[in-house]
Design a protein around this ligand. Structure first.
Ligand code: AGP
Length: 613
């Protein structure tokens, strides 16, 4: 869940500045501590400390390093508290090897005890520190650096993206991956980069190689060689051209990535609408012939699944079960059948629980895996039978925003292909749904243009409240949960995102005068019953904040605050309201964070990509 970055060059460029800017672009992966090491004239130069990158940079001048090679790390603490000594890079006893690591060495305790028995001195509580010490031992046995690393990785259990410097190899960085992402960027003949994610070097180069599991790369200035660590043999890899725009990984004029990415939604959706019909058709055909269908993901991706299952079953006529990825194996272990299909959603394509769930399902019953992710070449793509890559562009804000909208849109496009193939609806009807789905970017644009003051005033009105209910029925329960998750993550409020019907079976006991209750209320078949739920909460003094369509009257009359989504109130648009309603809730969360002086891009304790169980 940490971020690693490396740079090696033969150009006259400020290596510290490049390393600092690169690692800053990965800060969404963790911000407990930061460290950079360069090597120059036979010495390692290390600066590291606990804290966010800007704070540490102020103290230590992280842009000032000598030499032409550096590696950097931003940490999300797992083993060992977020302190200076536990910050990466970690070195060996003789301080000639420096290592940065993203992942977990599961058997580090056993390895550490053995190393200590053999006289090694440890400085940190991390799992990572065993690696430089083990490499030191292997090199003492006479192996070169590359072979030593390969031998060390044979005894390390767990996951890693590693970047390693050694004073004896001053013109190289060695990187290796297993289960933690690593990509290589290259300016041929000049500079080579490694990183946990493409946006880290996007402003510097668009030529990229994706390292697969159990592959090693030796980076030299403007060159790279690849090896399979199981055979030690050299392998050939093809480079890829990254299509994301260069400013995609920058904030532009926005104060935060989260705000920028909320505003990017119309463009992201329009790009995703361009995905070929053939890709959607492949998914549609497989779903039509499947007996059991499950849809899975974590966090926001799970909530996109909750919307997606309604949208797809609307046309498929089969029940789709949404299961949280970490629960999938335990819930299906005795009943997963061969002719099943799993739709897996993951923005990053690296969430460990999602990967584990699909790998288990594939191995157990050889079920078909259909994945929707935003990241080309991510782990999920390797374990899936078919993949659709959404075109949201890089999402840097820790809170998922535009990628959620693009996931749901993709599921909408698949559902329309199903409708066309299944022919249960007449053509005109399908066209109406298609028109509604294709209007989602304009609806969001219109909302963003006209409602910011209303959202800000709502935030102000709610300033004293730190507990909320977010209630809805049917397809909108997923919106309530996702909107609530946003407010939890970035604004540190406590939200219960719940079924409005179930709320009277317990949660209603909490309601006192002015307790804020947010209702998500598109005028679908659940609307009349939802009115009853609004009244129940109003009768107990709750403050009602409702998200409704433009023409809404009944729930508006019962509400203290109404936020109107500019879309027609008919069944075609209702079906895609998980896309059009969500920006309003994202903005509510964003401005609440701002109001309470919280940085929405760096919520406490979070990392954008969760690669530990
Ligand atoms: C979303 O705002 C969260 N940061 C988080 O819940 C996220 O959606 C979850 O970790 C899943 O990530 P993925 O989509 O990359 O698999």
């Amino acid at each position: 869940m940490c971020g690693i970055f490396g740079v090696i060059t033969n150009q006259e460029i400020p290596i510290g500045k490049i390393a600092l800017e690169g690692i800053k672009r990965l800060e969404y992966r963790g911000y407990d501590s930061v460290g950079i090491v360069s090597q120059h004239e036979g010495k390692l130069f290390i600066k590291k400390d606990a804290g966010k990158i800007d704070e540490v940079h102020k103290k230590l001048k992280l842009d000032d390093f000598p030499g032409k090679v550096a590696i950097a790390h931003t940490r999300w603490a797992t083993h060992g508290a977020p302190t200076k000594v536990n910050s990466h890079p970690h070195t060996n006893c003789t301080n000639n090897i420096a290592v940065v690591h993203n992942g977990i060495i599961e058997n580090f305790m056993t390895l550490k005890k053995e190393l200590i028995r053999n006289g090694h001195k440890f400085r940190s509580d991390t799992d990572t520190e065993v690696i430089p010490h083990l490499i030191e031992d292997k090199m003492k046995e006479g192996l070169d650096l590359k072979e030593s690393i390969i031998e060390v990785l044979k005894i390390c259990k767990g996951s890693y993206g590693l970047a390693i410097l050694h004073l004896d190899l001053p013109d190289a960085i060695i990187v290796v991956r297993k289960e933690s992402p690593l990509v290589i960027g290259i300016e041929p003949g000049k500079t080579t980069y490694c990183a946990s994610d493409i946006p880290a070097f996007l402003p510097l180069t668009r030529i990229c190689y994706i390292l697969e599991d159990c592959e090693m790369a030796i980076l030299r200035a403007g060159e790279v060689d690849f090896f399979n660590i199981n055979t030690s043999e050299k392998i050939e890899k093809k480079s890829q051209q990254i299509e994301w725009s260069i400013d995609a990984a920058e904030k532009g004029g926005y104060k935060h990535f989260m705000l920028k990415e909320i505003y990017e939604q119309p463009t992201a959706l329009r790009q995703t609408l361009k995905i070929s019909e053939d890709e959607m058709k492949t998914f549609a055909q497989i779903l039509l012939s499947a007996e059991n269908i499950y849809i899975t993901g974590a966090g926001t991706s799970l909530f996109a699944s909750l919307a997606g299952k309604f949208i797809i079953s609307r046309f498929l006529g089969k029940f789709i079960q949404a299961i949280e990825c970490s629960e999938l194996k335990i819930q299906l272990k005795d009943c997963l059948k061969e002719n099943s299909v799993i739709i897996a959603l993951s923005q990053s394509g690296e969430t460990i629980d999602t990967i584990e769930a699909i790998r288990w399902a594939k191995k157990t019953q050889n079920v078909k895996i259909l994945s929707i992710t935003n990241i080309v070449g991510s782990s999920i793509t390797r374990y899936s039978d078919h993949v659709i890559i959404t075109r949201a562009g890089p999402e840097i804000g820790v809170a998922a925003t535009k990628t959620y909208a693009c996931q749901v849109l993709t599921l909408g496009l698949i559902s329309l292909e199903i409708a066309k193939l299944r022919k249960q609806e007449n053509e005109e009807e399908i066209q109406q749904y298609e028109k509604a789905l294709k209007s989602t970017p304009q609806i969001i644009e219109a909302f963003l243009e006209n409602n910011i003051n209303l959202i800000k005033n709502t935030v102000k009105n709610l300033e004293k409240h730190s507990n909320y209910f977010f209630l809805a029925r049917g397809i909108s329960i997923g919106i309530a949960k996702e909107g609530g998750l946003k407010l939890k993550e970035v604004a540190c409020r406590f939200i219960e995102g719940y079924s409005a019907a179930s709320a009277k079976h317990g949660p209603i006991a909490l309601v006192r005068k002015n307790f804020p209750i947010v209702f998500i209320a598109p005028p679908d078949e659940t609307y009349e019953r939802l009115i009853g739920n609004v009244m129940e909460f109003k009768a107990r003094g709750g403050k009602i904040i409702s998200f409704v369509v433009e023409s809404d009257k009944k729930i508006t009359e019962l509400s203290d605050i109404t936020i109107r989504i500019p879309q027609p109130g008919n069944k075609y648009f209702n079906l895609f309201s998980p896309i059009t309603f969500i920006p309003a809730l994202q903005l509510l969360a964003y401005y609440t964070a701002i109001f309470h002086n919280l940085n929405p891009d760096k919520p406490m304790n979070l990392s954008k990509t969760v690669t530990v169980h």
